[in-house]
Each structure stands twice: as C-alpha cells, then as structure tokens.
Design a protein around this ligand. Structure first.
Ligand code: HGY
Ligand code: MN
Ligand code: MN
Length: 409
C-alpha cells in the first residue's frame, strides 16, 4: 500500500538540533546520562513537544515517556520508539533519531489529517544505554516484563545513587504500569553505529535481529603493598590480573567466530601511583551473533579467572550486569521495511545489529523490526557521531510508511 504520506524533513532536523542542544558537550556530542539533570531537561523538552502535538502523554513507573495518537479502533497499538539517554561520550543521534523520527511520523499524520485504524505511539525508553544503571535497555526490559519495577528501582549507579530515587528526583516516576499500552507491532529507526552501510556505498539497513550480549563486572582483590619495597615475587597484584584477563578476552576474539570483547571500566583502589592496588573493579562486554559461541567465550573467561585466582592468590568475584540472547526480528515486518524503502526508491540491505536496542525487548511482545541509516565513519558512542540529513529524512520516511502500513493492515 503506497501512500503519498511524507515526513517534514526540516521539522525532523530542527527537533533533532533542539534535542542535541540539551546536554551538548564541547566536543560536539551529547551527554545525557540516564536520570541526570540533562536527561530530565531532555525529557521535559520531549513531553512539551508531545503535548504540543496533541498526543495523549503518559509516563510509567520506570520513567518511559509515551505519546499516543488515538486510532479509529480500540486495540493494540503500533509503537515506534528508542531512547534519549546517552553514554558519557555520546553523539547527537544515537536513540534521538528513533524518538524524534517517531514524533515526526505522528506529526506528519496530523498534518495530513489522517487517522490510522490502530492507535499509534512513540516511546522514549528509560536508560537504554546502561551506562549509568544496569542492565542496558532497562526501560523497555521492564516494559516487556523482563524485570520488575521494584528490582529496577533498586539498581544503583557506581556512586550508589538508586534508580528509583533518581527517577523521583527528576519527576519521572510516573503512574502508569510499564507495558500498559498493548503492542501490535514495534518499529525503531536508528543509526547503524558501525561501518557496514557506508562501506557498501550507503543505503539503508533492514535489521533482521540483534546479537547476543553479556556484560560482566569482575571484582579482583589482592594485597595492597608498597610499589618500591615489595619484591615482585611477594606481590598479589589485581591490576596485573585485570590486564591478563583483558588480554585473554581479546585473544578469544581471534579464535571464536564473531566474538567481540572489551573492558570499558577498570577502576583500581586505592588508585595511588605508588601502591600495588588492593582491588580492581573491571567490566567485560562480550557479544556474539550466536548464543552458543558467546556462552563458550564466557565459560572460557570464567575458567581462566579461576586458574589465575588459584595461581596468583587473587580473589575474583563476578556480577552479571546484562545478559540478553540473540534476538531475531519478525520476517513480515522486515519485509515491510524493505517494501517501504522500495516505495521511495531507496537501496536497502538486510543486516544484524551489533548494538543492543529497545527493539530487542519489544520483540518479546510483538512483531518487531528496525530501520538503520548509515553512520559516517562508522562512529558512535563518540561526539563525532554523524549521519547525513538526507539519510535521516529517508529513514524517517521509511519509518512512516512501514508504521502506517502496520497501523492499517
Ligand atoms: O551497548 C549497546 O549496544 C547499546 O548502545 N546500549
Ligand atoms: Mn541506541
Ligand atoms: Mn548507544
């Protein structure tokens, strides 16, 4: 069903520019860590935009912000969404494009004076990045019933601030029960955040699914000692152990097909130049398109740590920060995204997502798919994150077409 519906590209880009001014960093990116004052400012701005559109605006108990356009019939809604929180070195488009794209779809329908058969909605999910609170995709995970509101509220950041108290502090502990709006289908527009589309000369991505992810936090405890007087053979150095673990995880990426690994957090205590540390807290981000090799990689890391601990007398404890299986999307919705791209004469190719997204959680509830646009230089989680205006407008038009089709099928 081709429609002559189009988004207003200028309005899309100007909303993106407005949001990117909130939490703007000197390097040209955005820093809106979940539930910080910058995130609150972004939330307040978004709620204002949704209300100005005349949408029914709700906030749930985990802070997910929902804007609803009433359809002709009652029943499950076609939902679009993403997130407006960022990592510490965030760019302007990760998450924001999907939320603002969804807002623009609903605005375009208003402009066209058309009412879909089904309700349509846009959701900005809380703490998608998992940079401050764990796990990532937390708001959509609670929305999809994977985690209770109570358990989510009990999560604490590395300074001990509680998620629930932060939510209340910024005024986004809403009344609605997460998942209150039944979903007929979910579509998410997002930047690819990698080099694939650009390396193939551009075009869009019809995302077929999301790879499996495992985030581990390791606490290593040795014995603090003087860095000048303690002979090497007497040392119990968790800093050295952490380096060995990091290298071991990296070596696994050379032997296990598709395996990714990195350590994004390494904190030593007491953190003095002349003290062999007492403790090190480090994280491992392990990912693989398939569940089985990821489980193999995790088991190998745990075995390596057990042997290291026994040999070097360093105690090592683990804490799961996130663990989500590889998630395939719905064939009929992937095909609909492809059909929408064809309507606009846009090249599109199927691909898996390397990054986690709220779509990973929404696929537990309903048929789900994503639309990717190219990332220039394949950069993301970096202030220099960039996509072309044309690609952002193209992606939003594909989102409009696929969402409209799902809302009237
Ligand atoms: O880590 C991820 O893949 C996402 O950016 N939260
Ligand atoms: Mn994202
Ligand atoms: Mn991200």
């Amino acid at each position: 069903m081709s429609t002559n519906l189009r988004i207003d590209g200028e309005r899309l880009l100007s909303r993106l520019a407005a949001l990117s001014r909130i939490g703007a960093t000197p390097e040209g990116g955005c820093r809106r860590l979940a539930l910080t004052d910058e995130d609150k400012q972004g939330r307040d701005w978004l709620v204002g935009e949704l209300k100005a559109l005349g949408l029914d605006v709700r906030v749930d108990a985990i802070g997910n912000i929902v804007g609803i356009l009433k359809g002709q019939e009652d029943g499950p809604a076609v939902i679009m969404g993403s997130h407006i929180d960022t990592v510490g070195t965030g760019g302007r488009f990760d998450g924001a494009l999907g939320v603002i794209g969804g807002v623009e779809v609903l605005a375009a329908l208003r402009d066209a004076g058309v009412t879909p058969k089904r309700d349509m909605a846009v959701i900005a999910f809380t703490n998608e990045e998992g940079a401050r609170f764990h796990p990532d995709m937390l708001g959509s995970y609670v929305w999809a019933g994977g985690m209770s509101v109570e358990a989510a509220h009990a999560e604490k950041d590395s300074d001990g601030a509680g998620l629930g108290s932060e939510l209340k502090r910024i005024g986004y502990h809403g009344a609605e029960q997460p998942g209150f709006l039944p979903a007929h289908a979910y579509l998410e527009l997002h930047i690819e955040q990698g080099p694939v589309l650009e390396s193939e000369g551009g075009g869009l991505g019809a995302v077929t699914g999301i790879q499996a992810i495992c985030w581990l936090e390791l606490t290593l405890t040795g014995r603090p000692s003087h860095a000048g007087t303690t002979p090497m053979r007497y040392r119990k150095d968790p800093g050295l152990a952490a380096a060995r673990i990091n290298i071991f995880a990296n070596e696994l990426t050379k032997t296990i097909p598709g395996q990714l690994a990195n350590s994004g957090v390494i904190r030593t205590w007491p953190g003095n130049v002349n003290v062999v540390p007492e403790t090190v807290v480090m994280t491992l981000d392990l990912r693989n398109p398939l569940d089985a090799p990821l489980a193999e990689a995790e088991a190998a890391v745990r075995k390596f740590c057990a042997e290291l601990s026994a040999r070097d007398d360093i105690s090592i404890s683990f804490r799961d920060l996130a663990r989500f299986p590889a998630t395939p999307f719905a064939e009929e919705l992937i095909a609909s995204v492809e059909a929408s791209a064809a309507e606009f004469g846009l090249p599109i190719r199927r691909m898996i997502s390397g990054a986690g997204h709220d779509a990973q959680m929404m696929s537990r509830l309903c048929p789900t798919a994503m639309v990717f646009i190219p990332s220039i230089g394949g950069l993301s989680h970096n202030p220099a994150e960039l996509s072309s205006d044309d690609d952002m407008v193209a992606g939003a038009n594909v989102l409009l077409s696929a969402a409209w089709r799902a809302a009237n099928a």
